[in-house]
Design a binder for this molecule. Structure first.
Ligand code: MEV
Length: 322
């Protein structure tokens, strides 16, 4: 009894941070996938190999799931199993192997993708079919159990795939009908903890409630316009809205010098617009450009110290691999 499930990573297009406070965001699923194989065994042990996050031959009795010191790279998988089983004892053991097509440092959401894969695989193995919304709810709960914070947009992207207009906590998950997106992605090489940055923004909102609420409201307005521009392939408007969004993220204090340099590199080379993607300071930036400026924009980002990552957008959501 063995199954392999894969799920996409994600890239935030518009609305990060404000989405944590009830505003909408737009996220796209990326072609790079997380793959997880789950096997039922007869030895009542939980075994995990996740070499991409340095977890090798981690094992413990199934009865001790969620207890003791859990290595960082094993947390999401282990708690996902615990939440799926709802603490009920099973006689079988589980052997889980994860393999990611993307670097866990990119900010593509490897934790959410592995959580979703594990729950999907277990639901298939135990014949407890879950709808995508039920899968989303359980995976999002798992992420909150571990991180305490987060809008769940990444979980939605990895479950449903495509490009989504999303309002937390899954209040709206709307699939946008797009068939192309001339997106360029640059990786900064820097890593910052998402929850730390979310807390930092929340502190700023405590100190300047009216100013920051106003920033969130402006972000909400531009997300609504970006949704229309995206569907109608109005790349000029989409680029301008990216620039507005970046300005507002800069007010929130999450721009960071390296990302700002890459963003300016892209704009100066002719991009319609560019912004950071995700929590900020590190991870990736995105730019939108025409075919004839693509090479120059990529060069501009590279010159600013970024690494171009080829990314297919609007990718398929979680699925069982045949
Ligand atoms: C992080 O990728 C995006 C944030 O909006 C956090 C979240 O939505 O969970 C900063």
């Amino acid at each position: 009894m063995k199954i392999t499930v894969s799920a996409p990573g994600k890239l935030m297009l518009f609305g990060e941070h404000a989405v944590v406070y009830g505003r909408p965001c737009i996220v796209t699923a990326v072609g790079q996938r997380m793959k997880i194989t789950v096997e039922l065994t007869d030895d009542s042990m939980f075994q995990l190999n996740a070499p991409d996050v340095s977890v090798i031959n981690y094992q413990k009795p199934m009865s001790q799931l969620g207890q003791g010191n859990i290595p960082k790279g094993a947390k999401f998988v282990e708690i996902a199993v615990l939440n799926f089983l709802k603490k009920q004892r099973i006689k079988k053991g589980l052997k889980i192997t994860t393999k990611s097509e993307f670097n866990s440092q990119f900010g593509f959401g490897s934790s959410s993708a592995s959580t979703v894969c594990v729950i999907k695989a277990l639901s298939e193995l135990f014949g407890k079919k879950l709808s995508n919304k039920q899968l989303f709810d359980l995976a999002y709960k798992t992420v909150l159990d571990i991180q305490g914070k987060g809008s769940g947009f990444d979980v939605a992207a990895t479950v449903f795939g495509g490009t989504l207009y999303y309002i937390t906590p899954g209040k709206v998950i709307e699939s946008l009908n797009i068939d192309s997106l001339p997106l360029i992605v640059g990786y900064s090489g820097l890593k910052f903890d998402t929850v730390t940055l979310v807390n930092q923004v929340s502190k700023l909102a405590e100190k300047y409630p009216q100013v920051i609420e106003n920033v969130y409201s402006q972000i909400e307005k531009l997300v609504e316009q970006a949704k229309i521009a995206l569907v109608s392939k109005d790349w000029v408007t989409l680029g301008e809205l990216m620039n507005f969004n970046e300005g507002l993220l800069s007010i929130l204090g999450v721009e960071g010098k390296k990302l700002a340099d890459m963003i300016y590199g892209a704009r100066e080379a002719g991009a319609y617009g560019a912004k950071l993607s995700g929590a900020g300071i590190g991870d990736c930036m995105i730019a939108i450009a025409t075919d004839d400026t693509t090479q120059a924009v990529k060069a501009g980002i590279t010159k600013a110290g970024g690494q171009i990552i080829d990314v297919e957008t609007n990718a398929e959501g979680v699925k069982v691999e045949r």
